[in-house]
Design a protein around this ligand. Structure first.
Ligand SMILES: Cc1ncc(COP(=O)(O)O)c(C=O)c1O
Length: 496
C-alpha cells in the first residue's frame, strides 16, 4: 500500500494522491477512524514532496474523507469508509456476491434498447487491422481541417460573450447561427415564408426528433432502397414498417414509387436527393418535381436529408426539394455540416414549417435542453469569419481528385456490373450476383483491405448481397489505387 501509487506526468500530483487515498477509503482498505500515515511518512513512501501530501490531506479533510486531531494526526472519517456492497464486490467468487443489489440487465432493458443493440453496426461491424486500407469511412479527412481558423473562431467568440456561452442557452438554438442558416438556406432557393429552424445534434438527432413528433396512422414509411443505414435503424426503432423503392441512375424509380404509394397509406417519406448514401446518386431536377408532386398530392410529409449537398464536383447546382416545394409546408429539411466540416461538433438543423418547429423545440427541450452553445457558437463564428468558403474550395479540390482516382481505379481493376456516385465521398459498386460481397470482404480483409458490404443499406434482409460502398475520403491516393486493385484481383479469384 501507498508505495504502489503510479504518478502520471499530466495531472497535478496532489490530486492523484487525493484520488488514491479516496479509493483506499471507499474500498474499505482504510477503515473508519483508522490513523493515516503522517505527511512525512507518506511523502517518503510515495517519493513525493511533503507539501504535496499536506495539500492532499487538507483537501481530503475539506471533502469529508478524513479528519485531523491536533497533535495526533489524520484519521479516516467513519462515514466515508467503504460499505458492504463495495467490499463484497472485491471478495465474491465471480467478483460479486449476490446481496440483492445485482440486476441482470438483459432481463430489464426495453425493447427499444435491445433493438438498438441488435441494429448497432459499430458493434458488429468490420474490424480493420492496423495498417490496412479501409474504405469503410465516409467521414471528412481530418488532415484538411483548418485548425488555426477553428481556434481563432473559438477565441473570437469567447472574448465577445464567453460568459453567455457557458450558461444555459435556448432549446431552439443559438440565435446568430439560426439567422446564418436561414440566410444560407434562402441562398439555396428556399422560400422561408412560414418556416423556421431548430438546431440539433447533427442530422441523426434531428431525424429522431422528427420521428418522435410525427403521429403514426399506417405505421408505414417509404424511402429509397438502398439508403442511409442510421436512418433505417431509427425508423425501425420508432416502429415503422419500411417500404424501399429501387434507385435508377437519376434517382428514385418514379413508377415504383407511384405503385407503392397506390398500394396503401404512408406516414412519411425519407429521401436523400443529393449524393445519396450509399449510391452517391443525385436525383435529377425533373424527378425532384415529380417526387414532390406524388407525395404532396397524398399529403405525405417528406423528410429531406441534405447532408452532402455541397460536395458537387461537376454539373450544375440542383436545388433541394424544400426549395422546389415553394411555399408548401410538407417538406422537412434536415441539414448537417458533418461531411463538409466537422462531424465532431454535432451541429445540424431542421428547417420546416414554423408550427412543426414549435413541437420539435419542445421535444428537444425535454430531451437534451439544447445543443451545446459552445459548439454552435464556434461553428457560427467560423462561418461568420468567412472560413467555410475557403475550406470548402480546398476540400472539394482534394475530394474531387480522390473521387476521379477512385472511379478510374474501379473501372480499371474491378469486374463490376454497375458503378454509381455523382460526387460526395463514396462510390457504390454492383457486382455480378454470383459474387457475394461479404465473402469478398472476408478474403480482402486477409489481404489488408476493407470496405462496407452494400447489404447493410437495404431495407430487406438478403437484398444487395453483391454490392459494396467504397468511401475514399480518408484514404491516401496510392492506397486508393492499391486497395481497389486488391479488391479487383480478389474478386476475379473468387469468380474463378
Ligand atoms: C445520409 C446521411 N445523412 C446524414 C449524415 C450525417 O449525420 P450526422 O449529421 O448526424 O453526423 C450521414 C452521415 O454519414 C449520412 O450518410
Amino acid at each position: 500500500m501507498y508505495a504502489d501509487i503510479k504518478i502520471a506526468d499530466d495531472r497535478p500530483v496532489y490530486i492523484q494522491v487525493k484520488d488514491y487515498m479516496k479509493r483506499l477509503i471507499r474500498r474499505g482498505a482504510l477503515q473508519g477512524d483508522q490513523k493515516l500515515p503522517s505527511t512525512r511518512e507518506l511523502s517518503a513512501l510515495m517519493k513525493i514532496s511533503r507539501n504535496t501530501v499536506v495539500t492532499a490531506y487538507n483537501e481530503l479533510e475539506e471533502e469529508g474523507y478524513i479528519y485531523a486531531v491536533q497533535g495526533k494526526g489524520n484519521f479516516v472519517a467513519p462515514g466515508a469508509a467503504g460499505n458492504v456492497s463495495e467490499l463484497s464486490y472485491e471478495e465474491g467468487e465471480s467478483g460479486f456476491e449476490d446481496d440483492g443489489g445485482h440486476i441482470d440487465w438483459r432481463q430489464r432493458i426495453s425493447r427499444y434498447a435491445s433493438e438498438a443493440e441488435r441494429l448497432d453496426l459499430m458493434k458488429r461491424g468490420i474490424r480493420a487491422e492496423k495498417g490496412s486500407i479501409s474504405f469503410t469511412s465516409i467521414a471528412p479527412d481530418e488532415k484538411l481541417f483548418d485548425l488555426h481558423n477553428v481556434k481563432r473562431a473559438f477565441m473570437d467568440r469567447m472574448s465577445i460573450e464567453g460568459e453567455v456561452l457557458l450558461n444555459y442557452g435556448y432549446a431552439k438554438g443559438y440565435k446568430p447561427l439560426i439567422d446564418f442558416l436561414l440566410r444560407y438556406m434562402e441562398n439555396k432557393g428556399v422560400d422561408l415564408t412560414g418556416k423556421d429552424i431548430l438546431i440539433t445534434n447533427g442530422f441523426t438527432e434531428g431525424f429522431d426528433i422528427v420521428l418522435s413528433a410525427l403521429g403514426k396512422s399506417s405505421g408505414r414509411a417509404i424511402c429509397e432502397n438502398p439508403t442511409h443505414n442510421t436512418a433505417l435503424k431509427n425508423m425501425k426503432l420508432h416502429g415503422y414498417s419500411i417500404t424501399g423503392v429501387d434507385m435508377e441512375a437519376d434517382g428514385i424509380d418514379l413508377k415504383r414509387l407511384e405503385t407503392e404509394l397506390d398500394s396503401g397509406e404512408f406516414d412519411l417519406a425519407y429521401l436523400v436527393p443529393s449524393y445519396h448514401n450509399p449510391t452517391g446518386i443525385v436525383m435529377s431536377p425533373e424527378k425532384r418535381i415529380e417526387t414532390i408532386r406524388l407525395l404532396s398530392s397524398r399529403g405525405i410529409p417528406i423528410i429531406e436529408d441534405g447532408f452532402n449537398e455541397e460536395l458537387r464536383y461537376s454539373g450544375s447546382h440542383v436545388a433541394p426539394l424544400i426549395a422546389s416545394a415553394g411555399r408548401s409546408n410538407n417538406v422537412i429539411y434536415l441539414g448537417s455540416y458533418s461531411k463538409i466540416l466537422f462531424p465532431g461538433l454535432r451541429v445540424g438543423w431542421v428547417l420546416a414549417d414554423k408550427e412543426l418547429i414549435g413541437y420539435l423545440e419542445s421535444i428537444k427541450r425535454s430531451r437534451t435542453i439544447h445543443t451545446s452553445t459552445l459548439d454552435q457558437s464556434l461553428l457560427y463564428q467560423y462561418l461568420h469569419n468567412g472560413n467555410f468558403e475557403k475550406y470548402l474550395k480546398r476540400a472539394k479540390a482534394e475530394y474531387k481528385r480522390k473521387y476521379e482516382l477512385a472511379i478510374e481505379s474501379c473501372k480499371a481493376y474491378l469486374p463490376l456490373r454497375k458503378l454509381s456516385g455523382d460526387g460526395g465521398l463514396h462510390l457504390f459498386i454492383e457486382f455480378d450476383e454470383t459474387l457475394p460481397t461479404r465473402i469478398l470482404l472476408e478474403a480482402c480483409t486477409r489481404k489488408g483491405v476493407v470496405f462496407t458490404p452494400g447489404d447493410n443499406f437495404y431495407v430487406e434482409e438478403g437484398q444487395g448481397r453483391h454490392t459494396m460502398r467504397l468511401g475514399f475520403s480518408r484514404v491516401a491516393d496510392e492506397q486508393i489505387v492499391q486497395g481497389i486493385r486488391i479488391i479487383g484481383d480478389t474478386a476475379r479469384e473468387l469468380m474463378g
